[in-house]
Design a protein around this ligand. Structure first.
Ligand code: BEZ
Ligand code: FE
Length: 292
């Protein structure tokens, strides 16, 4: 070992040793591993002091822009794939259970309940879209009374919470019927950018990466005795499927959104007043486990 290498390793060893007496064994494990990997990174790239300062400024700006409505650190985790990796680790593949994907920052607790066949759009802009499917266990048994939360951006690519008024639109929850079935009207998903007017957006631009998310509709599905599923459905044929800004796309979550011309019969007989519409089917399979 050269003198230089020995000096660098001595710093790593000192920091690792400093966590020896942590009261919490898991904290000690996390901090020791973090130290090993962080120092390996610093040493591998031979980080300059100017680059270290740039990183500090980046994190300072992320903190400055973060508030109750804007969480720049989650965005950072998302665009680095850290959110999806954590989801993959914590939603272990199980038989034919539906895959999970990123939660995103736009879920709102307490969105309105809509009846089966109701409309979540609350007059938000966009093409009406009928969504239906079932919730079952991995053994195929139907799950009646499963709680399904759904939320999405409107046809202008914005979630209700991104407007300055206090509107609630394009979100809601419903419960499956006695056969595990569900159905509702929503909006055909459209692509939209993740918030990119902060340091994470600047990083994406510098890296030549797009801030766009592939068109999607969010689902959170929970039922007693089953693992809560947080996922989306994506629109087959969408131009951003292969370059979703947060790596959220899974092939198994890409579904057909059929297009129907104005005037064609709707599944529930609803009169759409001369508008065209779309429809999609998403059958959800929940793994056994604990609701979260
Ligand atoms: C979303 O799908 O709502 C989302 C996910 C990650 C970052 C930003 C938005
Ligand atoms: Fe989203």
């Amino acid at each position: 070992m050269t003198e230089q290498s020995a000096r660098e390793q001595a710093v790593v060893d000192q920091v690792i040793a400093s966590f020896e007496h942590a009261g919490d064994a898991r904290l000690a494990e996390l901090m020791r591993a973090l130290t090993r990997h962080l120092h390996a990174f610093l040493r591998e790239v031979r980080l300059t002091e100017a680059e270290w300062r740039t990183a500090i400024d980046f994190l300072t700006e992320a903190g400055r822009i973060t508030d109750a409505k804007r969480q720049e650190f989650i965005l950072l985790s998302d665009v680095l794939g850290a959110s999806m990796q954590t989801i993959a680790i914590n939603n272990e593949a199980y038989a034919n259970a539906t895959e999970a994907t990123v939660f995103g920052p736009f879920f709102v607790e307490g969105a309105p309940e809509i009846p089966l066949g109701g409309d979540i759009s609350a007059a938000a802009a966009g093409q009406p879209c009928w969504v239906e499917g079932t919730v079952t266990g991995t053994d195929g048994h139907p799950v009646p009374g499963a709680r399904i939360e759904v939320w999405e951006a409107d046809g202008d690519g914005l979630y209700d919470v991104q407007y300055d008024d206090d509107r609630t639109a394009a979100r809601g929850h419903l419960f499956t019927d006695e056969t595990g079935g569900y159905r509702f009207w929503a909006l055909t998903p459209t692509p939209y950018p993740i918030p990119h007017d902060g340091p994470v957006g600047a990083l994406l631009a510098a890296a030549g990466r797009s801030p766009m998310r592939a068109s999607h509709l969010h689902f959170k599905v929970s039922a007693p005795g089953l693992r809560t599923l947080v996922t989306h459905i994506f629109v087959r044929g969408d131009g951003y499927l292969a370059r979703d800004a947060v790596f959220g796309v899974k092939d198994s979550l890409v579904v057909d959104f059929a297009q129907h011309p104005a005037g064609s019969a709707t599944p529930d007989g609803r009169d759409l007043a001369g508008r065209d519409w779309a429809s999609a089917r998403f059958d959800i399979v929940l793994a056994p486990g604990r609701p979260r």
